[in-house]
Design a protein around this ligand. Structure first.
Ligand code: ADP
Length: 261
């Protein structure tokens, strides 16, 4: 991919061979890798590589609410802290959380809250820290996806997982999973998320220019794309339990061998 300097974006976002600049087809996702249980001190955690995005999520809770005045006597609260590291983007980003980070934290919180049983945890909080250490477009979607995984890893009762992806328009074509350059130089960006227990969209944002027909095309494409990412989330969770089972089997074997001698 060509090196992008400051605001010099490529004029065309498709190559001569019809592929996108990073070699993908229109409806192809970037490579995705997920792992759970990556932060020992957290109640639950997950790590996600999604194209060039690298994101950690750590979950703590249910625990006391600080500051106390935020506590609700009839339910627990969900607090999301989405942060983009200052070294995560080409230009130095101000370290203090800005308006964008606060907005994304709120959006992610709205996406995840419907799947939690907060009414069962009065006076407590669930805190989810989403740390973007490398950012290349679609971090709110990737952040939502990895945060849902970390909540599941924490063993917190959930109605279902939540999965998120952005669709959009570049050079007049509808594409899936916009990269950073596509996000900036493209015509439209449509991040969406789904809660699987009721198949409802819990996020739908829009930025850019698109006809109603094009938006409907995006929404038609979304379920299949989201399903593919959902399978990866499930596999990441299964992977952890398969590893634990393997370790238990091994230690049982060792114990049996020891007993036989
Ligand atoms: P998202 O990451 O969800 O697509 P945006 O559309 O706001 O959110 O940002 C698109 C991309 O622009 C980010 O993924 C990141 O690569 C880059 N970006 C965002 N904020 C900054 C910033 N303050 N400085 C430099 N790059 C940024």
């Amino acid at each position: 991919m060509p090196l992008i300097i400051k605001d010099e974006y490529p004029k065309k976002l498709f190559r001569e061979d019809g592929k996108r600049l990073d070699g993908r087809d229109k409806h192809e996702l970037r490579p995705i890798k997920m792992e759970v249980g990556v932060i020992k001190n957290a109640d639950g955690s997950a790590y996600l590589e999604w194209g060039n995005n690298k994101i950690f999520a750590a979950v703590y809770g249910p625990r006391d609410v600080h500051p106390h005045h935020l506590a609700k006597s009839d339910r627990g609260i969900l607090r999301i802290f989405y942060r983009m590291a200052t070294y995560s983007v080409f230009e130095r980003k101000r370290p203090a959380p800005g308006r964008r980070e606060k907005e994304i934290s709120m959006v992610i919180s709205d996406c995840l809250e419907p799947v939690l049983f907060l009414e069962l945890y009065p006076g407590t909080s669930f805190e989810v820290f989403i740390e973007v250490i490398d950012a290349d477009g679609g971090t709110r979607c990737a952040g939502t996806t990895v945060a849902a995984l970390a909540l599941a890893d924490a063993g917190i009762p959930m109605r279902s997982l939540v999965t998120s992806v952005a669709l959009g328009k570049i050079d007049g074509e509808i594409v899936v999973d916009l990269s950073g350059i596509e996000d900036k130089a493209g015509q439209a960006d449509l991040p969406c998320a789904i809660t699987w227990f009721n198949d409802q969209l819990s996020l739908l944002q829009f930025d850019g220019d698109m006809t109603l027909e094009e938006m409907n095309k995006c929404l038609d494409l979304a379920p299949d794309i989201l399903k593919r990412i959902y399978e990866m989330q499930l596999n990441a969770l299964k992977e952890k339990y398969l590893k634990i089972r393997e370790e238990v089997n091994k230690s049982e074997e060792i114990a049996t061998e020891g007993g036989e001698q």
